[in-house]
Design a binder for this molecule. Structure first.
Ligand SMILES: Nc1ncnc2c1ncn2[C@@H]1O[C@H](COP(=O)(O)OP(=O)(O)OP(=O)(O)O)[C@@H](O)[C@H]1O
Ligand SMILES: [Mg+2]
Length: 281
């Protein structure tokens, strides 16, 4: 497969720069957010307790934390799919409980969720089908988004004809086709092999650099967080609180550098300490 650095330089109809005029307000802001769910046995499951952090405009914020801590719940809150019990979530300064235009938010799920009976370009165009855009325009934009992620020549391929990495690119194109200002990514590359994952990570950095889209990225992989993020939010075990909020200013490319290796080791130790605390609690 072509290397991420060599591909997808054509931006087409997608806005070249999504940085808003005033950049002082964060793209995404969680303020004292708490969330409970009803557990299967009827009891309440406290998932988030007083979580506060921001995603500044044009930055990548990675969330790491133990399994079941509430990381996907945070993304679902940011996408307006669920509402907080307490606290507030603001998207570009607007409370998610007020009526708002959700097209500024893109969501890339852990599984690619491609429809097997649709060719790649029609899978990408699916994200535009909620609006009134004419079909030809939807397909043109979908083709542009595929070009952006380096898959322009595979527009007519069905998902089963694509490798895992290529399917991941189609899913990335689908999350970008609506020109979101904020991209929510839930462990999007966790099923890929190490080499393909590395190539997708470079792709995210390239697109983010080009578009200044603000990204909230959930990962189990501490090294991935260190490679990608401008800031890392470390959650405690459930009920999740923000255990650490760490700015990362290591220059890119970070992979394999002493600073990145040291930060990865330190964060792994923090996560492990939390897990031990949870088991012995
Ligand atoms: N809609 C829901 N209804 C009931 N319980 C839920 C719901 N969504 C999540 N939960 C529960 O909340 C807890 C946190 O779930 P969440 O998916 O946010 O964790 P996570 O940190 O993303 O976990 P993982 O690392 O395994 O992906 C889990 O115990 C989960 O079962
Ligand atoms: Mg999850």
């Amino acid at each position: 497969m072509t290397h991420a650095n060599d591909i997808g330089t054509r931006t087409g109809a997608i806005a070249p720069d999504l940085r808003p005029a005033g950049t002082s307000q964060p793209a995404l802001s969680f303020q004292n957010v708490s969330k409970e769910f009803a557990a299967a046995d009827g009891t309440r499951l406290e998932v988030l307790r007083g979580v506060s952090f921001d995603v500044p405009v044009g930055e990548i914020v990675a969330i790491i934390g133990p399994s079941g801590a509430g990381k996907s719940t945070l993304l679902n809150l940011a996408a307006g799919l669920i509402a907080p019990d307490r606290g507030s979530i603001k998207v570009m300064g607007q409370d998610t409980r007020s009526p708002m235009d959700w097209r500024c938010v893109g969501y890339m799920f852990q599984d690619d969720r491609l429809l097997p009976w649709r060719i790649a370009v029609r899978n990408v165009a699916l994200a535009l089908e909620v609006g009134a855009m004419p079909a030809a325009e939807r397909l043109r934009r979908a083709q542009d988004a595929l070009e952006l992620v380096g898959l322009g020549q595979f527009a007519n391929a069905y998902p089963h004809e694509l490798s895992g990495g290529m399917r991941s690119r189609v899913a990335l194109a689908r999350s970008l086709v609506g020109e979101p200002r904020i991209l929510l990514m839930d462990e999007p590359f966790s099923r890929l092999d190490a080499q393909t994952r590395g190539s997708m990570q470079r792709e995210v950095l390239r697109i983010q650099d080009m578009r200044h889209v603000s990204i909230l990225f959930v990962t189990h992989d501490v090294e991935e967080a260190v490679i990608l993020a401008d800031r890392i939010v470390l959650l405690s075990p459930r009920p999740a609180r923000v255990r650490r909020n760490i700015p990362v200013s290591i220059p890119q490319p970070r992979i394999g550098t002493g600073a990145a290796v040291a930060l990865t080791a330190e964060l792994r130790a923090s996560l492990e300490a939390d897990t031990i605390e949870e088991i012995s609690a």
